[in-house]
Each structure stands twice: as C-alpha cells, then as structure tokens.
Ligand binder design. Structure first.
Ligand SMILES: Cc1ncc(COP(=O)(O)O)c(C=O)c1O
Length: 381
C-alpha cells in the first residue's frame, strides 16, 4: 500500500510520561484517566492499552457514553484487565441504567431523574442478588451543566448511603474556569464543593479536578483526580504552553509537500483569493486539509514546520485551507516535493504545540485532536 499523505504519529511513551506528571502534581491521589471521544481523537484502544501498565489499584478510566464504555470493556477484557470504567454521562433511561449496573460500570448520577430511575429499577429487582452500585454523585457547584442542586443532594446521598448494595460511592463536581489562574468562579466552586461534601455524613471519596485543577489548584485534588487533556500533552491552562508543566505531545500530525508553485506578484492563492502575493514567490502545496481534520479556520500566518535539506524550517500558511490541501509561503525555504511537514506535535527535535495552532484557528487543542479524521493513518510508537 502506498504511504498515506497524512499521518499521526502517536507517542505512547509520552502518554505514560504525562500520566506520571499528573501523579507528580497530585501525589498519592487516585487517578481516573479520561479517554472519552476516542481518547481525545488518539485512538481509545491503543491509548487504553498503553495506560494500563501505569495505572494503579484504585485508578480507573472514564468515557462519556455507554456505547464508549461497552467498546472499551471489550478491549479491556481482551487485555485481561479489570480496570473500572466510569461513564461520565450516566444513564438516560432504564435500559441504559440496567446495562450500566449489570455491566459493573461506574457511572455518574447527576440528576434527580437518574435517582428515580435507579429507585424504580431496584424496586423491580428487589428479589434478585444485591447489585453492585458504583456511583459518582455529581454536584453542581457553579458550572450549571450536569450536577445535582445542593437541596436535592442531601436526600439522595442519604438514600445511596442507606442502600444495602456494595460498591463505591464518590462525590464529584467539575470546574468551569480552572484553566484561568485565580478565576473567582473556580475559587468559589472549590470552596462550595469542600463545604457541601464536608457536611455530608459517611465516608467521603471526592473528585473535583480535571487537568487544570491538577496543575493549578492543589487544594482541589481531593481523593481522585481526572486528567484528560494533559495526558495527551496539551496545556490545561489557557495562558501557558504544555512544556511549562513538563508535558510532552502525544500526537504529531504530519504530511508531505506535494508540489511547489512559483506564483507571480499580484496573483492570489487558493479559494476565495484571500492571499495576495506581494512579490514573485514560491508557494508550497501540502497534502492535508480539513478533510483530514486540519482546521479550516486556521488563517494565513498559521505556522507549519518543514524538514528540508537536513534542517527544520517554519513556514506560514498562505491562503485558505481546503479539503485535501493547504498552501504555505516557502520564501527562503529550500524545500522540495516529498519533504515532510509537521502540522502540530514534535519531530526532528523541534516542537510545534497544538495549543499554538489552536490559538491561530480560534479553538482549543481538544477540538483539534478530536477532529482528526479516519483518512489520517495512525501510527503508534
Ligand atoms: C467530568 C469530567 N472530568 C474530567 C474531564 C477531563 O478534563 P480535561 O481534559 O480538561 O483534563 C472532563 C472533560 O471534559 C470531564 O467532563
């Protein structure tokens, strides 16, 4: 088979290193590694397999939906792993609830509606063997997305505590603004979560922090931390690059130069004729576009790295990204067709952080990773 025109090198050692960084930021805490959305676009099966050797007893992995959990369970069974799987969205109806409970999954209960579903299901199955209930009760502390209101929490918590069913019960919440240093809402959420959970009776296993909380809010680490984006080597904080936190990029998205055009002064490049050549100049055409997941909104000026004649060169995008190609300004760069290009990640001893590309494109690295399409060949190392 011919070489792919665009591919993603996935560095599994970097992934393991990044999990180690999470542990260094939150020493002694249990880890729930977040691998939803196909492990943020990195390929959930390979990512799960690479994480298993660096997970400890008491750690788990999290996905968003039941379908993700069922697929991941197959991988874990194949690997003979009993690592618990947490389903962050919890059940939407009785069928999903039954699948979660009978599958032995951990799941988030974030609404009164789900508590009612569980009550109904337990009533209907009262004669059966005691079910194992691994429930993470989610509290709304200010995100106003998923989570129980404080008034609803107390009775549901007491009821869960009173159930004669083995399994883990965790109290959790999620930050809205932990990625901004010193944000007032994050401080309020942290205090609210501590106060509310301190006032609940019984043993309290607590979980509040995702990646940003892990690197920046040590008082919010509690019992279990839930790293996502930091595992993949992008920055959890809006105003800092990942290297600041000792994180290494896991995905390196690459392609090749297809051709080089000598374009005349006054001519334009690409769809919409948005890029105007001020002088005669070489324009390189690279074999990757939004059909591969490169962001169409990346404007002219967004950098790529090109490896040409044994050196690394930075070239800016020139003109709109199209479905299968993008064009770059090659002035001063001795490149030739076939040369390798790095769109984000690291290669040849140089790094082009996905966060930097995301900023140019007006998005976040999370979205860049998730949008890489199946046309890109994934190579795991
Ligand atoms: C509930 C929950 N915990 C943890 C995470 C991981 O977040 P991050 O990728 O910012 O570390 C997410 C991601 O959206 C989440 O929804």
């Amino acid at each position: 088979m011919p070489d792919a025109h665009s591919w993603a090198d996935i560095d599994l050692q970097a992934l393991q290193h990044n999990l180690g960084r999470a542990r260094e930021f939150a020493p002694g805490k249990r880890v729930c590694a977040v691998i939803k959305a196909n492990a943020y676009g990195h390929g959930v099966h390979a990512i799960a397999e690479a994480l298993l050797p660096v997970l400890n007893d008491g750690d788990c992995v999290a996905v968003a939906t039941l379908n993700e959990a069922l697929a991941l369970r197959q991988t874990l069974e194949h690997l003979q792993s009993k690592t618990p799987v947490l389903v962050l969205r919890g059940p939407l109806d009785i069928t999903e609830l039954e699948a979660l409970v009978q599958g032995g999954f951990h799941w988030v209960m974030h609404s009164k509606y789900q508590a009612e579903l569980l009550k109904g299901w337990l009533d209907a199955h009262s004669a059966a063997k005691k079910p194992i209930l691994n429930i993470w009760l989610k509290i709304n502390t200010g995100m106003n997305r998923l989570g129980l209101r404080v008034d609803d929490l107390q009775p549901i918590w007491s009821w869960l505590q009173s159930l004669d069913a083995p399994g883990e019960r965790v109290l959790m919440s999620h930050f809205a603004t932990a990625d901004e240093h010193d944000h007032a809402l994050a401080k309020t959420q942290q205090q609210t979560f501590a106060q509310i959970t301190d006032n609940l009776s019984g043993a309290r296993t607590r979980s509040l922090s995702a990646s940003a909380g892990i690197v920046c809010w040590p008082d919010a680490h509690h019992s279990i931390v839930r790293p996502g984006i930091m595992l993949y080597g992008a920055s959890p904080m809006v105003d800092a690059e990942a290297a600041k936190y000792g994180l290494k990029p896991v995905m390196s998205l690459k392609s090749r130069l297809l051709t080089i055009n000598q374009v005349k002064a006054g001519d334009t490049v690409g769809y919409g004729a948005t890029y105007h050549c001020k002088e005669d100049m070489p324009v390189g055409v690279i074999g990757i576009g939004y059909g591969d997941g490169y962001p169409r909104h990346a404007p002219s000026g967004t950098p790529v790295l090109i490896y040409a004649q044994g050196k690394v060169w930075e070239a800016p995008l020139a003109g709109r990204v199209s479905m299968d190609m993008l064009t770059v300004d090659l002035r001063g760069i001795p490149a030739s067709p076939g040369d390798e290009v790095l769109l984000w990640g690291q290669s040849w001893g140089s790094e082009l952080p996905a966060d930097r590309i995301a900023r140019h494109a007006g998005t976040i690295a999370y979205e860049l990773f998730c949008q890489v399409t199946s046309r890109v060949k994934f190579i795991y190392r």
